[in-house]
Ligand binder design. Structure first.
Ligand code: KG4
Ligand code: ZN
Length: 349
């Protein structure tokens, strides 16, 4: 594992805490040795019966899981206490964020160590830094998760220009909602991608939203509606079951085509020849394949486990933001927080 922190003389061990949504993630990262250990608890089973994340259930489960996971990760790594604690301060579910923030504050006091608030999407953006050949700045980032679809010119650490975002549903949300239409349950993205492998992606000519418009924004609600109309027709005809895989494959192809074309166009417009694809939808196999095949520059991905939410990406983001570490004076938790409002570490913001 690569150690990527050049500017601190003393090696630091950072405890990363992620509780923004429905995964409790914990990791230990050394600026000298890389990742020392990690643990993840997914709440998927708790929320599946409701067809989506129930915020109060999420908060309560984070409370139950977080401390045992921290104990486990520290114990397994043989580390008594970290030098710094990094936690996700937003964006996300406010109650869930407060659990991680409260834990970071308490442990920071108990251990007398500084604490760094981390932006969840900056965590996703920096997840490829955990790999052996991390991307150098500058690069274009396609950040695609359940709550966000963003194209960002990453000029330096903390210097982010938002080139485009979604005007309606995030792409992960479109995968999840379409999966629900196809009776695939929650969370639907991975299940839809699996079903799509058995289908014909040319069976339905779904729209590639916003491709013929200028600018770098996305829109996915029209694509979801187009699938809904076809699903209704198949139900009326009585052949829904036999059409499901084709619907999944055609939806996935339209969504991926849109992401690939718009990302390449955005990279060209700002002259960037490196691209990072990260966030939950970055785990999509077709997206990874198509971007690598079509982008003329080099594409960087986190490994699959670091596309979806995890503690390691928060720990590495904290390591890169050591200059922002401070004695905790308040619990920072922001449900909404713009990525492009961040500043270069050590300069405030
Ligand atoms: O980054 P993430 O774990 O959580 C958020 O910050 O939102 O992303 C979760 C999203 C969900 O919408 C999920 O359906 C989607 O990522 N996702 C996928 C795949 N794996 C996860 N979407 C398409 N294909 C996948 N293989
Ligand atoms: Zn996420």
């Amino acid at each position: 594992m690569s150690a990527i922190i050049p500017y601190y003389l003393a090696p630091m061990i950072i405890l990363g805490i992620e509780t923004s949504c429905d995964e409790t993630g914990v990791a230990l990262y050394s600026t000298e040795l890389g990742l020392l250990g990690e643990a993840l608890h997914s709440q998927v089973d708790l929320h599946a019966v409701y067809g989506g994340v129930v915020p109060e259930i999420a908060s309560r489960d984070h409370i139950r899981r977080l401390l045992p996971l921290i104990r486990q990760v520290l114990g397994d790594a043989g580390v008594e206490r970290p030098d710094v604690i990094a936690y996700t301060a937003g964006p996300g579910l406010i109650g869930a964020l407060l659990v991680g923030g409260g834990m970071a504050a308490g442990l920071g006091l108990a251990w007398q160590c500084p604490v760094v608030p981390v932006h969840h999407m900056e965590g996703h953006l920096l997840a490829p830094m955990l790999e052996d050949a991390p991307p150098a700045f500058p690069f274009l980032a396609l950040l695609v998760s359940g709550g966000h679809s963003m194209l960002i010119a990453v000029k330096a650490l903390g210097d982010y220009e938002l080139l485009g975002t979604t005007v309606d549903d995030a792409v992960g949300e479109a995968f999840d909602k379409t999966a629900k239409l196809l009776d695939l349950g929650y969370p639907g993205g991975p299940a839809l991608a699996a079903l799509a492998e058995q289908g014909d992606e040319e069976a339905y000519a779904f729209p590639r939203p916003m491709l013929n418009r200028p600018g770098h924004d996305f829109s996915f609600s029209g694509l979801k509606t187009a699938v809904m109309i076809e699903v209704r027709k198949t139900r009326e005809r009585g052949d829904f079951e036999s059409c499901r895989a084709d619907l999944a494959a055609s939806f996935q192809r339209a969504a991926v085509d849109t992401l690939v074309v718009k990302s390449i166009r955005a990279a060209k417009s700002v002259g960037l020849d490196r691209m990072v694809v990260a966030g939950g939808v970055g785990a999509n196999k077709l997206l990874r394949q198509e971007m690598a095949a079509s982008f003329p520059g080099k594409v960087y991905y986190p490994r699959l486990a670091y596309c979806t939410d995890n503690g390691a990406m928060i720990a590495v983001a904290g390591a890169l933001r050591l200059a922002d570490a401070a004695t905790m004076s308040e619990i920072r938790a922001q449900a909404r927080w713009r990525l492009d409002s961040l500043a270069i570490p050590g300069t405030g913001g």
